[in-house]
Design a protein around this ligand. Structure first.
Ligand SMILES: *[C@@H]1O[C@H](CO)[C@@H](O)[C@H](O)[C@H]1NC(C)=O
Ligand SMILES: *[C@@H]1O[C@H](CO)[C@@H](O)[C@H](O)[C@H]1NC(C)=O
Ligand SMILES: *[C@@H]1O[C@H](CO)[C@@H](O)[C@H](O)[C@H]1NC(C)=O
Ligand SMILES: *[C@@H]1O[C@H](CO)[C@@H](O)[C@H](O)[C@H]1NC(C)=O
Ligand SMILES: *[C@@H]1O[C@H](CO)[C@@H](O)[C@H](O)[C@H]1NC(C)=O
Ligand SMILES: *[C@@H]1O[C@H](CO)[C@@H](O)[C@H](O)[C@H]1NC(C)=O
Ligand SMILES: *[C@@H]1O[C@H](CO)[C@@H](O)[C@H](O)[C@H]1NC(C)=O
Length: 371
């Protein structure tokens, strides 16, 4: 059986060879690719190679078979991306597989290894810094890297970057002094007798350091719209709470009366009945009308509402407030009247004094004469 198969293959091969065709077998480190088992005379085909090998040419059958081989791929050394390389050194641009050579590094850098090529792949090499890293830098895998954020290195040397004090940070990498470690806005500083930062302490809730003075918790100030607890400035700040708004709904609901004579919400309309602390707003009369309290046409009415931590510190006088024509027209008259009256009264008072003085004088004269 085996004999029969062997002899039939042998017969086939012989027969084909007789016709001038070439039987093909796969090249070493490759396979037949697009080639048939038997290449007919006068034709060619392209076998394929494994990764890392390159074909030396096509396969041809011309009376005899010219079979290419798969050769190890070389490497292009100028394509190697190595930092701090000065030149190719003794390397050719094209390095054959299995060969090695030495790149040249910049001054103060040293090559980690010879460059070698293996089946199209270049070995990894690097140029390592010789000697210690400068201030603000530390050695990482043979290279000097800038100190990361929140660290610094004050001197040139082999040491690592030092972390900034607790809670402090740097605004950039590569920092070279402790002075470049700073506290965030909501923290104050703790320093030693040499004025060196020891740590950053958080200001109490809802407060932050304002300005450059940040020596202690006394430099923490409440944010806008917050109130210190305890209230007394001499006691140390515990935290800051939201300032209470003022509930003005009852006050605004008191604005009754016929529409034309009713006080209007004015700028208070934007505060859905709760006036935030620190804000103020003004009620308003229609044009041509003035605010009036009851029937009192003489007194000016303050229409401003102002809130300070839950207290309405400024508000119209209690009572029936409305808008009237009279109070719009009358105040100038009243003012005129009052000034005139004041002048008259003032004049009268002087006259009375003068009169009194003259009286005393006349009396004295009379007394002298009587003696
Ligand atoms: C090597 O690579 C460089 C840059 O990519 C290219 O300019 C050069 O022609 C290549 N050399 C060879 C021999 O392929
Ligand atoms: C690089 O190869 C040279 C010989 O070509 C050898 O003297 C040297 O020690 C090798 N360098 C390294 C780092 O292996
Ligand atoms: C060459 O490098 C590539 C990518 O790193 C890898 O996939 C491949 O296996 C390497 N070839 C050899 C022959 O080592
Ligand atoms: C970073 O901090 C330094 C002091 O450490 C300061 O002089 C510099 O202005 C800061 N830069 C920025 C962008 O804030
Ligand atoms: C401060 O705020 C934190 C979280 O924001 C909270 O857990 C803590 O109870 C607050 N402290 C005071 C005193 O309000
Ligand atoms: C404001 O006060 C009124 C009563 O005067 C009350 O009905 C209302 O719920 C209060 N609003 C708020 C938000 O406290
Ligand atoms: C509403 O007006 C009456 C008088 O008309 C006054 O007694 C009361 O205090 C007013 N209420 C408010 C919240 O101003």
């Amino acid at each position: 059986m085996g004999n029969l198969l062997c002899s039939s293959i042998a017969v086939a091969v012989l027969w084909q060879t007789a016709l001038g065709d070439c039987p093909i077998s796969a090249p070493e480190n490759g396979d037949l690719g697009d080639c048939p088992q038997t290449l007919s005379s006068g034709s060619s085909c392209v076998p394929s190679c494994e990764e890392g090998y390159e074909l030396s040419g096509p396969a041809r059958c011309a009376g005899h078979l010219s079979m290419p081989s798969c050769l190890p791929s070389g490497c292009n050394v100028s394509e190697a991306a190595v930092e701090h390389v000065l030149s190719l050194g003794n390397c050719p641009e094209w390095l054959e597989s299995g060969e090695s050579c030495e790149l040249e590094c910049e001054s103060r850098f040293e090559l980690s290894d010879n460059t070698s090529c293996f089946l199209g792949n270049l070995s990894e090499v690097s140029c390592l810094r010789v000697g210690p890293c400068p201030a603000g830098h530390q050695a990482v895998a043979g290279l000097c890297e800038p100190c990361p954020l929140a660290t610094y290195k004050a001197v040139e040397g082999p040491g690592p970057c030092v972390p900034c004090p607790e809670n402090s940070n740097t605004n950039s990498t590569g920092r070279s002094s402790l002075q470049q470690c700073t506290c965030p806005a909501t923290f104050y500083e703790q320093r030693n007798v040499f004025d060196e930062l020891l740590s950053c302490k958080p200001c109490p809730n809802n407060s932050a350091v304002v300005g450059v003075q940040r020596f202690g918790h006394q430099d923490c100030e409440c944010f806008d719209g917050f109130v210190r607890v305890p209230e007394d400035n001499d006691l140390s700040l515990e935290y800051c709470r939201h300032a209470e708004p003022c509930n003005v709904s009852a006050l605004l609901e008191n604005l009754t009366g016929p529409e034309a004579y009713k006080l209007k919400m004015g700028s208070c309309s934007s505060y859905a009945r709760l006036l935030p602390s620190g804000r103020q707003c003004s009620l308003l009369c229609d044009a041509g009308l003035g605010a009036q309290l009851g029937s009192d046409i003489f007194r000016a009415v303050d229409l401003t509402l102002a809130c300070d931590d839950g207290d309405l510190v400024r508000r119209p006088t209690d009572g029936y407030l409305w808008c009237s024509e009279a109070s719009w027209e009358v105040p100038p008259l009243v003012f005129l009247g009052i000034t005139t009256a004041a002048t008259i009264l003032g004049g009268a008072a002087m006259e009375v004094r003068q009169h009194h003085f003259e009286g005393q004088y006349a009396k004295a004269l009379r007394g002298n004469r009587g003696r």
